[in-house]
Write a new protein. Structure first.
Length: 236
């Protein structure tokens, strides 16, 4: 084994960093609802602000799955789940500490923007745990069925199905179920919930199709540089 391969590799660290960064960013910005229009066809979509950032986690997890294997990808997903709560705890602590006099940001505005509601936290956490683990499983089942070929199929197939699970679970729990169960507000009307599900899923699906060439390019570049499943073993 060369000295280069014995040294800690930057590639898996960078991919894990991208995964966690996109994940916590999605949590922080989900309270803003986006109004988007698909170019050419002119279809208007409504989606939570974290949709774009969260879609980036699937790019990172697919690259990790392809290069370093299912066991390592599962660890990344589960560690990311824990880090999500670490981020929430740090934000909550920062909100609770009194602001200094003359702070350029009003404390109430700071709390409103960064303090995710219980509904969002419950919905996103449940959706994340189910969909990300599903993504890893489906990715590798397709990989086995195609004997390692057709990377585009496992990238799109795993992401499309897991994003559907994520979208439905998050939207229904955060905006329809949690407000009733937790008593934290009124649930959104059914037609609004359906609109959010459709808007999010279409946007996520478009991003999945768009990022496939980038998954190919990233995997090809790293594989040619010696990165493969043996670089991060199942016993790590």
């Amino acid at each position: 084994m060369s000295d280069r391969m014995r040294e800690p590799s930057l590639a898996p660290i960078a991919l894990v960093a991208l995964f966690v960064t996109a994940l916590v960013t999605a949590q922080l910005v989900s309270s803003k609802l986006l109004a988007l229009t698909i170019p050419v066809v002119g279809i208007a979509l409504t989606a939570p602000g974290g949709t774009i950032a969260y879609a980036a986690t699937y790019f990172a997890s697919d690259c990790i799955s392809e290069l370093y294997g299912e066991a390592f990808a599962r660890r990344v997903v589960n560690v990311g789940f824990v880090m999500n709560f670490v981020m929430l705890a740090l934000v909550f602590l920062t909100i609770q500490i009194p602001a200094a006099q003359g702070s350029p940001v009003d404390p109430s505005q700071f709390a409103t923007v960064l303090g995710s509601g219980a509904n969002i936290v419950l919905g996103s956490s449940l959706a994340y745990l189910v969909s990300q683990n599903w993504d890893v499983v489906v990715f590798h089942r397709i990989r086995e069925a195609t004997d390692g070929s057709m990377l585009w199929l496992r990238n799109v197939g795993s992401t499309a199905t897991s994003q559907l699970l994520d979208t439905v679970i998050f939207t229904v729990v955060a905006f329809a179920v949690a407000p009733v169960v937790l008593g934290t507000g009124q649930p959104l009307p059914t037609n609004v919930v359906v609109s959010l599900v459709v808007g999010q899923y279409l946007l996520k699906l478009l991003i999945a199709l768009f990022d496939t060439p980038f998954v190919y390019a990233t995997v090809s570049a790293l594989r040619s540089d010696g990165h493969e499943q043996t670089s991060v073993t199942a016993s790590d």
